[in-house]
Design a protein around this ligand. Structure first.
Ligand code: PGA
Length: 246
């Protein structure tokens, strides 16, 4: 694993956005796996600025989003569909057929999961997957204990995740209880991974990862088996003195 330790979230966004930009320059038809959440938002902002500044042609890339809440209307401020169109796809000038997102409104969610998994295969799989990590070590919405061979599936969100995401909603009771997420095995098929961890509340998860062990109770640790991971981590998320609670 390639580990880049940075001072703060701003530096993380700079390093991560440059990493993505280089990947697009190296492969103009890049399939980019997108994560949502607070951590990558600064990265996307800087990516948009850099793409505009350098007039980078993105007409041949595809994006594949990792997850979506179940039951939130597309125009709901906190649906990932809405967030991504507003903050990333629109400013980057991507057309709708370039950007895949699971449909959390599909009446048949099982079918939707199968459809999404096939859609990822159809675009040739993900070249570079951006990932955040939850306080509890989740990647995408693969909560602790998710089978490591899982494909795209519906998850019940844990209380920890719902509490962490409540800050984005007007009322905590509005946080959906379920989501569709790309599975752990699907994530592991990505050809390379850019993992972002910022803030001291992520230090348990980072510490579990850096222990080098694979522990299904800390899904992020599966990345120890992936051959091409770059971790961009803030100093406080990687606090040396912090022992991973077993
Ligand atoms: P955060 O979420 O970036 O909002 O902390 C990360 C995640 O839950 O994957």
């Amino acid at each position: 694993m390639n580990i880049l330790t940075v001072k703060n979230g701003k530096e993380l966004s700079d390093v991560a956005s440059s990493h993505i930009l280089k990947a697009v320059k190296d492969k103009p038809d890049l399939v980019l796996g997108i994560a949502t959440g607070g951590t990558p938002s600064g990265t996307y902002q800087q990516l948009v600025e850099k793409v505009q500044l350098h007039s980078v042609d993105l007409s041949n890339i595809k994006t594949v989003n990792l997850d979506e809440y179940v039951g939130l209307a597309r125009n709901h401020e906190e649906s990932y569909w809405h967030y991504l169109h507003e903050h990333l796809y629109g400013p980057l000038g991507l057309s709708p057929d370039q950007a895949l997102i699971p449909n959390g409104l599909n009446e048949n969610l099982e079918k939707e999961c199968v459809r999404y998994e096939k859609a990822i295969e159809k675009v040739g799989g993900v070249d570079l997957q951006i990932l955040g990590v939850g306080r509890n070590g989740h990647i995408g919405f693969n909560e602790p204990g998710t089978p490591l061979d899982s494909k795209t599936h519906v998850v019940e969100l844990t209380d920890s995740t719902r509490q962490a995401n409540a800050r984005f909603f007007d009322d905590p009771s509005e946080v959906p209880t379920r989501a569709i997420t790309v599975g752990i095995s699907t994530i592991m098929k990505s050809r390379s991974i850019l993992l972002l961890a910022s803030g001291k509340e992520k230090s348990d998860a980072v510490s579990a990862l850096l222990s080098g062990k694979i522990d299904p109770q800390w899904p992020v640790t599966v990345l120890n088996q992936h051959p091409d991971v770059t971790l961009v981590v803030t100093e406080d998320a990687k606090a040396e003195e912090h022992e991973h609670a077993e």
